[in-house]
Structures are given as structure tokens and as C-alpha cells.
Write a protein that binds this ligand. Structure first.
Ligand code: BG6
Length: 484
């Protein structure tokens, strides 16, 4: 690569960290909160790692002041968190619960007091169980009104104090996990229902954006997407085509709708031929086109590498090792899963021989981060907020109370440098939220897979004292933010 002097991060760059309500709050049934689909699903035997759930999680609900205090000590400029819909409207579309409004109001005030910019996610996978029961959750158009009611309540309560809002977190992940693989609620394996629900979420996303622009005209809103660049395994045009197909199915299928109000032609045609395409009315298209996000949230963990599909090209033999993981939500084809992916015989997901992996088998690909930022920015021309990026690992609390997570520092550092290269290339980046601030519940991996800058003293079967202990990466990020 030609030599380039790296551009400095802008002064107002939002160096942040992120979390999600179900993964940190606990207090699952306190102060009037209703159950969400995760409160119910995590209690079905065999669904989560060792039966772990978010009943207590890391008890952020009761310890938020201590957590914000640590954020301030770290010098964090932004904190991304999600609101639990069923804390605000316990039964999905009835009365607003004042205690729920108050909790986030206090959290926002605490953040503001410490000069930390709150970034709110409206939906991080936890629809109220009541809305699931009443409307079949995201499968019915009626739920859109309920979602709007919830949005209205929180825009009204916090709109004047919060400048950045995320509509949906990783729609690609929660629809696939929830409706294709049954590894998330609502525990379904039916791709027609998955595409139908996904379309309703698109409509809800558009409605939320339009409502926000009416109610909070000067601030910014956009969805957060779990993006992975698609690489061909070889220069064989058949593999290149396979990677193109994967890109359409895994990325464009959502991003084109968010940013252009239109589904990509190739995938739509394919789904129509299979009889699993969603019903899109003229009014729907009008709505999707009318909603303009102000920025795109990007969650980046890793990309994918693809070869021509072995069923379509049996002559080719199986040269490359297939990718197999039961708990990687970003993998389109987790197991020997042809039966559950009838719409995607156009690519096979394979191992990338050039990349190392995390303890959980996720590829580590910092350059893919730069590729991501450039591709997305060039294509959609929207400012990008990096809403997640981080390393899940089994950290060890040493006898002297130290957590030496140098591997996390290395991971973050190499990714941040690639982000700086993308910035130098010309990508407009608003901020970077590492996943995550404290350790938290990994949806399918319990408390063993840790992401935080702050260690939480608990494990899968013992809540212990939930003490907060800054890791080595905490001090590294603090010093890094100071310098930048
Ligand atoms: C993202 C989610 O998919 O990845 C987070 O937005 C999640 O909620 C994170 O925790 C890491 O995933 P995992 O499965 O390693 O916990």
C-alpha cells in the first residue's frame, strides 16, 4: 500500500463503549417491568449456555452510578446503551411505566453530568412478551403502532437530552437467529416467516425514523447493522460470483432498504421464485423511501469468505474447509444447514486461511474493518457510527486482582488503526463504541465470554459479589482517549 500520513481523529470524535439492556441490567421484574421475549426464552431448558439468563445479569440497574463513575474515570466520550421496551411499556402497548422512564432519565443525567454523550438503542432484541403473544411479535403489522407508541414515549422523555439514537440493533442477526435457526426467540425455523417479520421490522424502522424527525428534528437517528465484508476464496469467477451473492444476501438485503428504501433485485427475485418473498405493498415502498437515516451504525466483528456452492458445482470437489459454528450469529450457514437455507444455494461459507481466530472461532480481521467502512460509506454516502467492535475472550482474574487482557488491547488497537486508515481514505466516521464497557451476558455463551474493559466478578452459576474491576485494557483505552 502506498504511504499515507494518517489523518488525526477529529476533536469531537465520540470514543465510546456499548452495552444492551438485557445483557447488563438485571432487575428483570422490578419496578413494574414486564417480561420480554428473552426473559421467557432464556428459561426454556437447553436454549442458552448452562441455562444462563439476564435475571440479574451484571446488576447495572442498581449499580448504574458506579458504572458511570468508572466511565468518567476512563474518560469515555460516549456510551451506547439500549432501552428495554418492556420497562417503559410493560405490556407492549398499554400504560407508560413512570419508574421505567425514570431509570433511563437518571442514567442520562448521570452521563451528561460526566460529559458522556448518551447514544440510545431503541431495540436490542427484547420485544415485550405481551406483544409477542398478542401480535405474534414482528410478524404482524399491528406491532408497528405499538412500537411507535414506545418510541413516542422515549423521544418525548429524552429527546432534548440525547443527540444520537439507534433504531434497531442488528436486524440481520435477530431475524436469522430468531426465525431461521430458533437459537433466539421466538424460537422459529421457517424462512418465509423470517422474511415476513424482517419486512415488518423494516417498516417499523422507517416509522421510527420519520417520527423521530418530526419530534426531534435537530438530532440524529439510524439503524445499527452487523456488517461483514464478503471475500471470494479464489479468483475463480465462480467464487467471485459466490461472494457477490453472499454480499447481496448478507448485507445489501438490509442496507439497501435502510438507505435507498428498496430491496436488492437479485435476492428479491430469488425469494419470489422460491415463494418466500415478503409482501411489499405500494404504501410500504413509499414509507421505506420516505425514511432517511442520518447515519449508519456499523457493528463489526468479522467478515465471511465464500466459494461456489458445492451442490451447484459438484464437479469442483470440496477444496476448502467449511465454516461451522453453533453460536456465531454472523454465520449464514452455521451447521450442515442446507435444509434451513434453501434460498442460498448460491454460496458456501468457508474458512479464510489467512486469518487467526478468537477462542470462539471468530476470525480476527482488522483490515476487513477498513474494507467495511470504505465499502459502506462509498455506497451509501452516510456518516458512520461504529456502534460495536470488540473481542470476546475468557479473561482471568489473577490472585493479585489484575486482569491482563493484552490480547484485547492488541485487538482493539489493530482495529482502531484500520479505522484511522479508513478515516484517512475519506470515510466520515462519527465515533467508535467498543463492545463492551463492562463484561456482560453473552446471549448464547453465558458469562464466560467476556468483552468488557471492566471485569465483573461473577460466573455462569455463581453471582458472587458482582464487583467491578478495571482490566488492563481499561487503562489502555483511558490513555488512548486522552492522547486522541
Ligand atoms: C452483537 C450483539 O451481535 O454481538 C451483542 O449486538 C453481542 O449484543 C455481540 O453481545 C457479541 O456476541 P456474542 O455472541 O459473542 O455475545
Amino acid at each position: 500500500m502506498y504511504y499515507q500520513k494518517l489523518k488525526k481523529f477529529p476533536k469531537n470524535f465520540l470514543w465510546g463503549a456499548a452495552s444492551a439492556a438485557y445483557q447488563i441490567e438485571g432487575a428483570w421484574n422490578e419496578d413494574g417491568k414486564g417480561p420480554s421475549i428473552w426473559d421467557t426464552f432464556s428459561k426454556i431448558p437447553g436454549k442458552t449456555f448452562h441455562g444462563t439468563n439476564g435475571d440479574v445479569a451484571v446488576d447495572h440497574y442498581h449499580r448504574y452510578k458506579e458504572d458511570v463513575d468508572l466511565m468518567a474515570k476512563m474518560g469515555l466520550k460516549a456510551y451506547r446503551f439500549s432501552i428495554s421496551w418492556s420497562r417503559i411499556i410493560p405490556d407492549g402497548d398499554g400504560e407508560v411505566n413512570q419508574a421505567g422512564i425514570e431509570f433511563y432519565s437518571n442514567l442520562i443525567d448521570e452521563l451528561r453530568k460526566n460529559k458522556i454523550e448518551p447514544i440510545i438503542t431503541l431495540y436490542h432484541w427484547d420485544i415485550p412478551q405481551a406483544s409477542q403473544d398478542k401480535y405474534h411479535g414482528w410478524e404482524s403489522r399491528e406491532v408497528i403502532e405499538a412500537f411507535k407508541k414506545y418510541c413516542r414515549a422515549v423521544f418525548e422523555a429524552y429527546g432534548s437530552r440525547v443527540r444520537y439514537w439507534v433504531t434497531f440493533n442488528e436486524q440481520n442477526v435477530f431475524t436469522a437467529m430468531g426465525y431461521r435457526w430458533a437459537s433466539h426467540p421466538p424460537n422459529v425455523t421457517d424462512i418465509k416467516r423470517m422474511y415476513a417479520a424482517n419486512h415488518i421490522v423494516n417498516l417499523a424502522n422507517a416509522e421510527a425514523i420519520n417520527l423521530f424527525h418530526q419530534m426531534v428534528p435537530n438530532d440524529q437517528i439510524g439503524p445499527s447493522f452487523g456488517y461483514g465484508p464478503a471475500y471470494p476464496i479464489t479468483a475463480d469467477p465462480k467464487d467471485v460470483l459466490a461472494a457477490d451473492n453472499a454480499d447481496d444476501f448478507n448485507n445489501n438485503w438490509w442496507l439497501d432498504v435502510y438507505c435507498r428504501g428498496k430491496y436488492p433485485t437479485l435476492v428479491m427475485n430469488h425469494l419470489k421464485n422460491l415463494g418466500v418473498a415478503p409482501t411489499v405493498t405500494f404504501e410500504d415502498t413509499k414509507l421505506l423511501k420516505s425514511a432517511k437515516p442520518d447515519f449508519l451504525g456499523i457493528n463489526y466483528y468479522h467478515g465471511g469468505t465464500f466459494q461456489q456452492n458445492q451442490i451447484e458445482h459438484p464437479d469442483k470437489g470440496n477444496q476448502h474447509e467449511k465454516k461451522i459454528s453453533k453460536t456465531d450469529p454472523y454465520l449464514m450457514q452455521p451447521k450442515d444447514a442446507q435444509a434451513q437455507t434453501p434460498e442460498t444455494p448460491m454460496f458456501d461459507s468457508v474458512q479464510n486461511p489467512y486469518l487467526d481466530k478468537t477462542q470462539w472461532g471468530w476470525e480476527i480481521d482488522p483490515i476487513g474493518f477498513r474494507i467495511t467502512l470504505r465499502r459502506v460509506y462509498e455506497k451509501y454516502q452516510l456518516p458512520i457510527m461504529v456502534t460495536e467492535n470488540g473481542l470476546g475472550a475468557q479473561d482471568k482474574l489473577e490472585a493479585n486482582g489484575v486482569i491482563n487482557d493484552q490480547y484485547r488491547i492488541d485487538y482493539l488497537q489493530t482495529h482502531i488503526i484500520e479505522m484511522q486508515r479508513a478515516l484517512t481514505d475519506g470515510v466520515d466516521i462519527l465515533g467508535y463504541c467498543a463492545w463492551s464497557f463492562t463484561d456482560l451476558l453473552s446471549w448464547l455463551n453465558g458469562y464466560k465470554k467476556r468483552y468488557g474493559f471492566v471485569y465483573i466478578n461473577r460466573n455462569d452459576d455463581d453471582q458472587k459479589d458482582l464487583a467491578r474491576i478495571p482490566k488492563k485494557s481499561f487503562y489502555w483505552y483511558r490513555d488512548f482517549i486522552r492522547k486522541n
